[in-house]
Design a protein around this ligand. Structure first.
Ligand SMILES: *Cc1c(COP(=O)(O)O)cnc(C)c1O
Length: 360
């Protein structure tokens, strides 16, 4: 059995070493005689797994002590509603940057709860650029500023962290979290669905500054109130225990790789190799402005879209799978999260060169 190079945008590849470890621990975790799936979330075995996972994430991301880390369910998509419910306080508006499909969904949901001011909008150019800091029309009265540092579908990634002059900055980092070191203290809240760069689907991580807790509007469902989970160490109800355990194995793996500094070096090299082949001829193209190109999700097109099907078929025959672009963008998309080995990118690059010459 050979593992293929899976370029899925999510759920995405996990490090093989992590899956092997989970396999080895499947029937009997650490002499407990149970799999981690079968443990009481309040038992001492599982509590040790949960606590270690949180500590490892704190170490890896250098999360300051005045931030809570929550292990939730409901996906990043549930946060689109939870954010205004928890963070509006006595304000009536929030600022949103509209830079792609995920921003749009966050905006649509927030509009149910407050006045949404769109403070930057790249829809005119088909979401292919990053707005500059000078282009942001931020409102000092906004409850918070929300943006999507990496738009998974468009493959557009901010090359800077917006300055919001004291207004809490909220970031949907689903597809870029753990791809490189970031300064957590610049954010009021960071959230991410796990299934891209953290672990299996079913777990959602929220990293939130203490002072933003406790101001939820009165009609906030208990399960959507971040304070509920902060006060109960994410064990108010049964958490996604297996996904949490798996995320912990991924955090350990990141440490073994040398942490996020080392991960970032590899990620940059992987992305550079792929963009280099895309830019090296007119056969391939990238719709995204050079300063906004994502390290994690690389959309690309063939000049002759009639060749798309042949490209995908031949790639799959070479063990390179799930390269079809999102239906809204077309073409191809190679998602190259942390778990995609550099050899996977090398294999894709070699295949792309070969496919191009086979068409000459
Ligand atoms: C995948 C993704 C989501 C949706 O995540 P779910 O966990 O499926 O709700 C939201 N935002 C971004 C940026 C994503 O990449």
């Amino acid at each position: 059995m050979a593992r293929k190079f899976n370029f899925s945008a999510g759920p995405a590849m996990l490090p093989t070493a992590v899956i092997e470890r989970a396999q080895a621990e499947m029937l009997d975790w650490n002499g407990s005689g149970m799999s981690t799936m079968e443990m009481s979330h309040r038992g001492k075995e599982y509590m040790s797994i949960a606590t270690k996972a949180e500590q490892d994430l704190r170490d890896v991301m250098a999360i300051p002590d005045n931030y809570k880390v929550l292990f939730l369910q409901g996906g990043a998509s549930s946060q689109f509603a939870a954010i205004p419910l928890n963070l509006l306080g006595d304000k009536t508006s929030a600022d949103y940057l509209n830079t792609g499909m995920w921003s749009k969904k966050a905006i649509a949901e927030a509009k149910r709860y407050c006045t949404v001011n769109i403070v930057a909008d790249t829809s005119d150019n088909g979401f292919t650029t990053v707005p500059t800091q000078a282009e942001l029309n931020l409102n000092p009265d906004a409850a918070y500023v929300h943006y999507t540092p990496n738009e998974t579908i468009g493959g557009v990634e901010f090359d800077y962290i917006p300055e919001t002059n004291g207004v809490p900055l909220i970031a949907d980092m689903s597809s870029t979290i753990l791809s490189r070191p970031i300064d957590v203290s610049k954010f009021g809240m960071i959230y991410a669905g796990a299934q891209k760069n953290i672990g299996p689907a079913g777990l959602t991580i929220v990293i939130i500054r203490d002072d933003l807790l406790g101001n939820a509007s009165a009609n906030t469902p208990t399960m959507f109130n971040y304070a509920t989970h902060a006060d109960n160490d994410s064990m108010y109800n049964t958490p996604a225990t297996y996904a949490w355990y798996m995320a912990g194995l991924v955090f350990e793996w990141i440490k073994e790789q040398g942490g996020l500094e080392a991960i970032a070096v590899v990620n940059k090299r992987k992305a550079d190799k792929l963009y280099a082949v895309i830019d090296s001829s007119d056969f391939y193209g990238s719709p995204v402005a050079k300063n906004g190109r994502s390290w994690m999700n690389v959309p690309f097109t063939l000049a002759d879209a009639d060749l798309d099907a042949a490209f995908l078929k031949s790639a799959a025959e070479n063990g390179l799978i799930t390269l079809k672009g999102h239906r809204s963008v077309g073409g191809m998309r190679a998602s190259i999260y942390n778990a995609m080995p550099e050899e996977g990118v090398d294999a894709l690059v070699a295949f792309m060169k070969e496919f191009e010459s086979s068409q000459a």
